[in-house]
Write a protein that binds this ligand. Structure first.
Ligand code: ARG
Length: 462
């Protein structure tokens, strides 16, 4: 097959090179954006008198027909085409003859591909944001049901202080809100128009770049034509934002994996979201969360691929940049796959409140509260801390807990101890009294849910 650019070549390109060079297998998914960009370009060419109005209209009509034929399945994308840009243009020329050949006036595949990716990712970002919104809403719902479900909070994976399950879940909503903000920010810089940068050096035709930019719903044309075709920072920025978001999902997944274990048994996943073992009949595995943890590596890898691909490239376009698409598409595809499964998995999981409470009741999780009891009676914190340390050591030697230690033993360490210490160090008090802003008390969790919903409303303008 002769290439569209075959004019200066005396031989056909080796079939291995053609196959190697072709990007149609992965850029075909941008057909809609490619056509949308071409329609805007043809509109502007007509308006500026660069091509005749009737040619412009004919081209636009032809492009719309190609789009609807592709969507209805009447037209199939040729897997042997070099890329989606060449395919659409060749199809247009097949249909319109010479008129079709006018579309590429004052344009290059270099600005065309930069535009297509931006338009494609702009839509993907919207979808990902919607999924993150659903995830946050699901977490708010579960947190509302568990604003007073006591569980141990950990540092170094050691039981540290009591919190509520609602509080733990709401921590993730805050990370996810920031993920949405990062996507919003990325979207802002994504939505600028490289069209009209042409191959690299702009054009001698009297084009109107502001017009194409606004026809495509973009914020403004990019200010430098070399930059317009050279950079893929918008892909890298998106891949970074997605890597951070996946890292959050991965940490959450890791916790769910632990919570499902017999050692914790804090939650049970619905059968529909678990898998069994081919040999061990007792097994119920949290595969979904393990896959999310695994796919996080992949998305981070995509980000590194993009950065590494770009780091040594001179301006302007280099063919290396064709590698951008598989990496960024892989990242967006995989985060969507993860979210679509993760949300209903969370929504259907069973929370084993009693086990959480039992785990919180052991391990001197209320030792800080015991020290705070003394502080509230006037003792300096460091002294109270030391005395409580002594009490913990005493409990360990007597194989008992702070809740069960006799008042006499307490009094031997400090005269400030009285009967009310048992109330002060009870799990319920420990949690209920932690009502500092952002804290784990049921009251504070409810406030966090309200604030999160408000923020979500602001981010999505609803
Ligand atoms: N398929 C190419 C890509 O994805 C389109 C741009 C080709 N430009 C060029 N000068 N060869 O990067």
């Amino acid at each position: 097959m002769a290439m569209m650019w075959a004019g200066r070549f005396s031989k056909e390109v080796d079939s291995k090179v053609n196959a190697f060079n072709s990007s149609i297998s992965f850029d075909a998914r941008m057909y809609k954006q490619d056509i949308e960009g071409s329609i805007a370009h043809a509109t502007m060419l007509g308006e500026q008198g660069i091509i005749s109005m009737s040619d412009s209209l004919e081209i636009i009509g032809g492009l719309k027909e190609i789009l609807s034929d592709l969507e209805s399945g009447k037209l199939e994308i040729d897997p042997n085409a070099e890329d989606i840009h060449m395919f659409v243009e060749a199809e247009l020329t097949k249909r319109l003859g010479d008129v079709g050949k006018r579309l590429h006036t004052s344009r290059s595949r270099n600005d065309q591909v930069a535009l297509d990716i931006r338009l494609y990712l702009r839509d993907e970002i919207k979808e990902i944001k919607q999924l993150l919104k659903q995830l946050i809403e699901t977490l708010c719902k579960i947190a509302g049901q568990h604003s007073d479900t006591i569980m141990p909070g950990y540092t170094h994976l050691q039981r540290a202080q009591p919190i509520t399950f609602g509080h733990h879940l709401m921590a993730y909503t805050q990370m996810l809100l920031r993920d949405i903000e990062r996507l919003n920010d990325t979207e802002k810089r994504m939505n600028v128009c490289p069209l009209g940068s042409c191959a690299l050096a702009g054009t001698t035709y009297n084009i109107d770049r502001f017009r194409t930019s606004s026809l495509l719903g973009m914020n403004e044309p990019m200010a430098n034509s070399l930059d317009g075709v050279s950079d893929r920072d918008f892909c890298i920025e998106l891949a970074s934002a997605l890597s951070i978001c996946m890292m959050h999902l991965s940490r959450f997944s890791e916790e769910i994996i632990m919570w499902c274990s017999w050692e914790f048994k804090f939650i049970e996943l619905d059968d529909a979201f678990s898998t069994g073992s081919s040999i061990m009949p007792q097994k119920k595995n949290p595969d979904v969360t393990e896959l999310i943890r695994g796919k996080t590596a992949r998305v981070i890898g995509d980000n590194i691929t993009l950065l590494t691909m770009m780091k040594g490239l001179p301006l302007a376009y280099n063919k290396d940049m064709q590698e951008d698409k598989e990496a960024i598409f892989d990242a967006v595809d995989n985060i969507k796959l993860c979210l679509v499964t993760f949300i209903p998995m969370l929504d259907t999981m069973k929370v084993l409140k009693d086990n959480m409470r039992k785990a919180a009741a052991k391990g001197f999780i209320n030792a800080t509260d015991c020290a705070d009891y003394l502080v509230k009676k006037g003792m300096p914190f460091r002294t109270a801390y030391k005395i409580t340390g002594g009490l913990v050591a005493l409990c360990i030697s007597k194989n008992t807990t702070l809740e069960e230690l006799l008042l006499d033993d307490y009094k031997q360490q400090s005269e400030l101890f009285d009967n009310d210490v048992y109330q002060a160090i009870s799990l319920d008090t420990c949690v209920k009294e932690r009502k500092s802003y952002g804290g784990p008390s049921p009251e504070s969790v409810i406030t966090q849910i309200e604030l999160t919903k408000k923020k979500l409303g602001e981010l999505f303008n609803d």
